[in-house]
Design a protein around this ligand. Structure first.
Ligand SMILES: *Cc1c(COP(=O)(O)O)cnc(C)c1O
Length: 462
């Protein structure tokens, strides 16, 4: 399987190279040149198999030339052995026809672990095979950073630098990034928003000299391997609810559009997904874009669901690529226009997007009210991102089609928001109890490419 860039002028790469590169050299994102198909029989065959087996069957065709069967199976097994639920991604029922897919049983309590733990394993295999060293630089609104650090801490041949917006992540998120004491882990607090962090990251990747000198590698949600790992749980959830014999809808709390784009791929592979519903908080660029056809960047308003406080939704570029029938020139043109604040989506592309996605946005008071309402109705405590999803999903329930809302993080990661809603602070799972006792290690850095470059060059252990 070869991977091509959404902007059409970067080298075509096999899976392992696309994974280690992250962002394509033309600034675009890698997508598979063909999407492998699963037949209804293949899908029915996933019923009752362990998560790891389903993961192998769904991902294998995408990675076959880069990893052998044994390598992929071993990587999957090691990736998910630290999860604290035997089902890995269990479904629980919330109400009639409405289910929650719990994606927070991994080591850092957010769905990011599904992809990050796996790519940690795959990077290790690829690097030791080639005797290569790399410098991972990632930008995070909170959960990607902790998941990346957890996946790469202490690995030989890798330095991991994580940029997070200073003062805009929760305390648990920050401590997960600043307390690991391995020398190859570097937490950087940037003076700016997540969008600034992501823009500086793109600056580094577009600086080809720096990129080659440091062996720069990206693990942000634009990394194709991360999207792929997330495709798996759409299959396991839908099969549990009757696919391929019955269609299922999904509502996805959305920021950078990675998780919901994985659902898009599952659908293209043949999984009968009826609706994919984009749920956003007050940072609602995607909801506005689908409603009005105008993709226009606003100001990031900090919210109680900080992992979705994003205006530039990077993976949306992949959806645009498909909405333009793979016309990389058209995508490159839109991304050029985005530099000056936004673009209008063409009628044809908009129609294509609306056939795939519904959307909705949720205010802060609605988020709080949803956490309280879910607790009262089910005794379950949900995180604020999940609450955004549940509220939007409840506006899109259709009799006869099960709705699955992705529960993207554990409520204990966001205790302040939960406390506002129900007057209780959810406890961290026991294995994380020491988080508040460990010393923190972090460097402040200006929102400036050169400052960042020199810090990385100085701190690398390579
Ligand atoms: C990252 C994250 C999201 C948003 O996911 P995207 O793939 O960026 O759209 C939602 N909720 C939580 C808890 C997250 O960590």
């Amino acid at each position: 399987m070869n991977y091509i860039s959404t902007r059409g002028t970067a080298p075509i790469l096999p899976f392992a190279e696309a994974m280690m590169t992250g962002l394509a050299r033309d600034g675009g994102l890698y997508v598979p040149h063909l999407v492998p198909q699963m037949t209804p029989d293949d899908i029915a065959g996933l019923e009752g198999v362990p998560y790891e087996e389903a993961a192998y069957r769904v991902m294998q065709p995408f990675v076959a030339e880069s990893f052998s069967e044994t390598e992929l199976r071993d990587a999957i097994r090691r990736a998910y052995q630290g999860f604290r639920h035997a089902a890995r991604a269990p479904l629980v029922q919330l109400g009639p026809g409405h289910f929650l897919l719990e994606l927070f049983h991994g080591p850092t309590l957010a769905f990011k672990d599904f992809a990050m733990q796996l790519i940690g394993q795959l990077f290790q295999i690829a690097l030791s095979r080639e005797g290569r060293r790399i410098t991972i630089v990632g930008a995070t609104s909170g959960d990607t950073g902790s998941a990346a650090i957890e996946a790469f801490r202490g690995l030989p041949n890798v330095d991991v630098f994580i940029l997070y917006p200073h003062g805009r992540v929760s305390e648990v998120q920050r401590r997960q990034m600043t307390t690991p004491d391995e020398a190859n882990v570097h937490a950087l607090a940037i003076d700016g928003t997540f969008d600034d962090a992501q823009a500086r990251l793109k600056d580094l990747f577009n600086d080809h000299a720096f990129r080659d000198a440091t062996g720069l590698a990206g693990v942000n949600s634009i990394n194709w391997a991360r999207v792929l790992a997330q495709v798996v749980y759409y299959f396991t959830a839908a099969v549990s609810l009757g696919a391929p014999h019955r269609a299922v809808s999904f509502t996805v709390p959305t920021g950078n559009f990675g998780d919901i784009f994985a659902g898009t791929i599952a659908r293209q592979m043949g999984l009968p997904i009826d609706r994919l519903v984009i749920a956003t908080n007050q940072n609602d660029i995607l909801d506005r874009a689908l409603t009005t056809g105008d993709y226009r960047v606003g100001r990031v308003e900090p919210s109680i669901s900080p992992s979705m406080d994003i205006q530039v939704s990077s993976n949306f570029e992949r959806a645009l690529f498909y909405a333009h029938d793979g016309d990389a020139g058209a995508v490159a043109q839109l991304m050029e226009e985005l530099k000056s604040g936004g673009f209008r989506i063409s009628q044809g592309a908009l129609q294509h997007l609306r056939e795939l996605y519904d959307s909705g946005s949720v205010s802060e008071p609605e988020t709080i009210a949803t956490i309280a309402r879910v607790r009262a109705a089910t005794e379950q405590i949900v995180c604020p991102h999940t609450a955004v999803g549940i509220e939007v999903a409840s506006r899109h329930l259709r009799p006869g089609t099960p709705m699955v809302t992705l529960a993207t993080a554990h409520p204990a990661k966001f205790p302040d928001a939960v406390e506002q809603a129900i007057g209780l602070r959810p406890a961290l799972p026991p294995h994380m109890g020491r988080l508040f006792d460990l010393p923190e290690r972090v460097s402040r850095v200006e929102n400036d490419k050169d400052a960042l470059k020199s810090l990385i060059l100085e701190r690398r252990t390579a």
